[in-house]
Each structure stands twice: as structure tokens, then as C-alpha cells.
Design a binder for this molecule. Sequence first.
Ligand SMILES: [Zn+2]
Length: 234
Amino acid sequence: MQDLDVRLQQLAHKRRSLPEHAEIESLTKDLTQLRDLLVAAQTEEGDCAREQTKAEQDVDQVRQRAARDQQRLDSGAVTSPKDLENLQREIASLAKRQGDLEDVVLEVMERRESAQERVTELTGRVASVQSKIDDATARRDTAFEQLDGEAAAVTKEREVIAGSVPADLLKLYDKLRGQQGGIGAAKLYQRTCQGCRQELAITELNEVRSAAPNTVVRCENCRRILVRTAESGI
Ligand SMILES: [Zn+2]
């Protein structure tokens, strides 16, 4: 039963310390960071898109106004030299304004394009990290399945043995196991307790030797239940 309990402990420890746990944790951190960057890039792309629309509308307005002015000029309806001069001055100023606004459009388009590139790049990286997480999760779950299956079989085996152990002895064993790092019963091997590795004193040895086979004997030093075998050296 002690062997089975040790095995169960080992299985539980193995389950807790699978390398996939650390792998998934670190990848999940990466994913969170990448998603934040992606959201930022998407937001910037959206902002640029709105800025572009606005800048293009500005260009359009100026162009329309310039076209109207040009039409008035060409129509010959304006005859006063002063009005003509004003009109021409306005057309020239609108042309300059249009050029400036077109520069703004170009600058926004460049920013938008680089934001789009970042969105594409980050989307790819998010997908790649996500697929690594999926892969590690699948490996972890396969390991869980195997370890849990083995633990279930060992537990069943333990139940069978526990059924044949007297209740008070079982209680003592479980209590000692809780106090002594999972080892409640140890073999007495060549006069040495395998629980604490202490050799038994002569008087203690004599007591063990004279005890009936079904008497529960315990180590003087660590208080664990001593299991006598042919190799106990008594
Ligand atoms: Zn001991």
C-alpha cells in the first residue's frame, strides 16, 4: 500500500510539473502582449482611415471652390479689375491650400499603410502563438489523460488493499503519512528503518524480534510503522 501511495504521489507530482504548464503560461503572456499590440495597431489604422477621409473631404472642398472661382473668372461676369484681382488671388491661394492638403492626405495614407502592415504582421504572430498554445494544451491533455488513467488504476488497487487492512491500522498509517512526508510505513531492511535510515538499537531490535507477526511495530526514531520482511536482519 505504501508503494502504491508513493506511486500516486509521483503521478500527482508529475501532473503538476509537466513542462507544458510553463510553456502554456509563457506563451499566454506573449499572446496577451501581442493582442494588446494588435488592438493598438487596429485602433491606429481606424484613426488613420478617418483622418484620411476627413483630409480627402478637405481637398475636395477646396477643389470645388477653386473650380467655382475659375468658372466665374472664365465666364467674364466679373469685370471690375479689383474683383478680378481678388478672384485671381483667391484661386492662387486655393491652389496652394489644395497642395498642402494633398500632402496631408499622402502623409496620412503612409501612416495608414504602415499601420495596416503592422496589423497584418501582428495578426500572423497572434495566430502562430495561438497555434503553439493549442499544441502545448493538446500535449498537456494527453499527458493528463495518461497520468489520470494510471492514477485511477493505482487508486483502485489501493482500495482493494485498504479493504483488507484493519481500520485502526489504516488510520494510523494515514496519519503518519500526513506527518512524515507521505511515508507512513517503512521496510525494516538489515536492521535499518528505511523511513529514517536509522539502524535499530539492540533493545529495540529485540522487541521487534520477539513481537508476534501481526503486531504493529514502529520505529523508535521516526515512529513509522515498520514492515518486517525476510531481509529485516532480525
Ligand atoms: Zn525510522
